[in-house]
Ligand binder design. Structure first.
Ligand code: PNS
Length: 158
């Protein structure tokens, strides 16, 4: 059984992330979405509230072979704990590629785990940071995030 590990901040989880999850869930027997902390970013939404909203999204999309976890520490350590065989990352453009390639090489050195890149698809122009920027400036982000995430963002008290 091949298991993929999809780490990210998912702050918030976008339709681009959902596209990556859909593709991964077809390629792997099981996928673990792992909500972690990027040392360079401060979180807007609690990891647990995002976990719940992602689980609801998976249910709405009838995706059954994907588990959602939260973690701290190194991605590769947690990926190994969960018996994962590959790391998964979404790629939108060349800038993403340079950043991802550095991280992938480091992660491979640390653990031997290789990273599979998956295209973000039609939602490739959208990132969590852009969604937050639109949200913070009073624009409706309904088009860019799954419904359950949108509802969770509305409920978030922060
Ligand atoms: O969605 P992001 O912000 O690009 O996700 C980055 C994330 C959380 C996957 C990355 O920062 C991460 O793996 N953090 C955990 C600590 C770690 O493993 N760092 C080593 C990779 S350089």
């Amino acid at each position: 059984m091949k298991v993929g590990f999809y780490p990210g901040s998912f702050d918030p989880f976008t339709k681009g992330h959902l596209h990556v999850v859909k593709t991964s869930s077809e390629l792997f027997d099981k996928v673990v979405i792992a909500i972690g902390v990027n040392a360079q970013k401060s979180r807007r939404y609690e990891k647990d509230e995002m976990k719940q909203a992602i689980e609801e999204t998976l249910k709405n999309e009838n995706i059954v072979n994907v588990e959602v976890i939260t973690f701290s520490g190194l991605s590769v350590d947690v990926a190994k704990q969960y018996g994962c065989h590959f790391l998964i990352r979404g790629i939108r453009n060349d800038m993403d590629y340079y950043y991802e390639e550095n991280m992938a090489q480091l992660n491979e050195d640390l653990s031997g785990l290789d990273t599979i890149y998956i295209r973000a698809g039609k939602m490739g122009a959208i990132s969590s940071s852009i969604v937050m920027e639109l949200e913070n400036n009073g624009r409706d982000v309904k088009e860019y995030v799954p419904e359950a995430i949108y509802n969770s963002m509305r409920k978030s008290k922060k």
